[in-house]
Design a protein around this ligand. Structure first.
Ligand SMILES: NC(=O)c1ccc[n+]([C@@H]2O[C@H](COP(=O)([O-])OP(=O)(O)OC[C@H]3O[C@@H](n4cnc5c(N)ncnc54)[C@H](O)[C@@H]3O)[C@@H](O)[C@H]2O)c1
Length: 341
């Protein structure tokens, strides 16, 4: 990617959790580029984190659905994009169990719509890059040992993971068949400010702050490999700028936590930040029936991105959690105040 020249970059899903963090960095650090944020503004979107850049001359927002081929075609004709970073997706596993269809239309058909336009507009232009943002959930579940790497066979277990795995395959096939300069990144669980309150960490903080029961699926011994969103965004930028066409990278922070231990850690931080007696929040943790097909363990071996691109996770979990809990408590408090007025 030529960082010096003007580039028109399409970021899909930029009003979501990870997308908004990415857009803030791109708009501020690459003033020579124009960043086009395309988002359907579903329930998961929030444009408020983007207020600091909303008036920037190199930022444009398009309220558009990636399943709307006509609107997408018109947009691409109006703004001939030089690159795509594709994050737009339905992203919540529980919702994919309750209603999988939209995961097929958005995550698979929506990705195919973008790929189709990319190869139509970028014929014989190998520098134009399509970066697909995916998840480690495409690899299924690990036992108590081992790690996901770029060689791990796909074995998606939830409808969400199946839709992301399918999209990854379409991207790979378009790179192989049509010579599209595509790269794929598969990241572990993200956390940080601005995450939707339906996701594990913000959900726990909000419930603990309201003294409500905090559900813990099954025995709570499921393991997730947590990465601060700022580290994921740095990984995306490094891969986008420097990875070989057709390459794939897993991204993770070597930071495995059992769900039960994570909830107890969050409870301690919440109690401290709210100056409550220690143990108040932990007492709210309530085991509930496990999620159907719940994967047992995810863990990433990030050697490839570390060795080839010099990336490594920078944010340690204690300080990342401290900051995230403080942010979630503030949001929870402001939504209480809004409800009162
Ligand atoms: N959050 C994680 O832990 C994590 C980890 C690895 C990979 N990912 C991937 O990163 C991407 C972003 O995840 P996130 O956590 O920010 O998700 P999110 O749910 O917070 O945001 C998704 C965004 O996509 C938009 N969107 C949904 N359907 C759309 C459509 N049809 N057309 C246009 N926009 C649409 C939503 O409005 C929202 O702004 C997803 O592709 C996800 O699979 C997420």
């Amino acid at each position: 990617m030529d960082t010096g020249a003007h580039q028109r970059i399409l970021v899909t899903g930029g009003a979501g959790f990870i997308g908004s963090h990415l857009i803030l960095r791109l708009v501020q650090e690459f003033p020579q580029w124009t960043i086009h944020n395309l988002d359907a503004l579903t329930y998961a979107a929030d444009l408020t984190p983007l207020i600091p850049v909303s008036q920037a001359p190199n930022y444009h927002f398009h309220h558009l659905d990636i399943t709307d081929v006509n609107a997408l075609t018109e947009l691409w004709s109006t703004y001939p994009f030089d690159a795509v970073i594709h994050l737009a997706a339905e992203s919540h596993v529980d919702r994919s169990i309750q209603g999988p269809e939209v995961f097929l239309t958005t995550n698979v058909q929506g990705t195919l719509n973008l790929l189709t336009l990319a190869i139509k507009h970028w014929k014989d232009q190998p520098k134009k890059r399509f970066h697909h943002i995916s998840t480690d959930e495409v690899y299924g579940s690990l036992g108590s040992t081992g790690y996901f790497t770029e060689q791990t066979p796909y074995a998606p277990n939830s409808p969400y993971a199946a839709s992301k795995a399918s999209a990854d395959h379409w991207v790979r096939a378009y790179a192989h068949t049509f010579g599209l300069n595509a790269v794929i990144t598969n990241c572990s669980n993200n956390y940080g400010p601005h995450q939707h309150p339906e996701k594990l960490i913000p959900l726990c903080v909000e419930r603990m702050s309201r003294l409500e029961p905090v559900p813990l699926y099954g025995d709570g011994l499921q393991v997730r490999d947590w990465l601060h969103v700022s580290d994921h965004v740095e990984g995306i930028i490094q891969v986008f700028l420097r990875a070989e066409p057709g390459s794939q990278y897993v991204i993770g922070g070597r930071n495995e936590w059992k769900n039960k231990d994570l909830l107890e850690q969050i409870a301690a931080v919440v109690d401290r930040q709210l100056a409550r007696p220690m143990g108040t929040s932990a007492a709210l943790i309530t085991p509930v029936q496990d999620r159907p097909g719940h994967d047992r363990r995810y863990a990433i071996d990030p050697q490839k991105i570390e060795n080839e691109l010099g990336w490594s996770a920078q944010k340690d979990m204690p300080s990342g959690l401290e900051e995230t809990v403080a942010w979630c408590l503030k949001r929870s408090q402001s939504s209480v105040n809004t409800r009162k007025t």
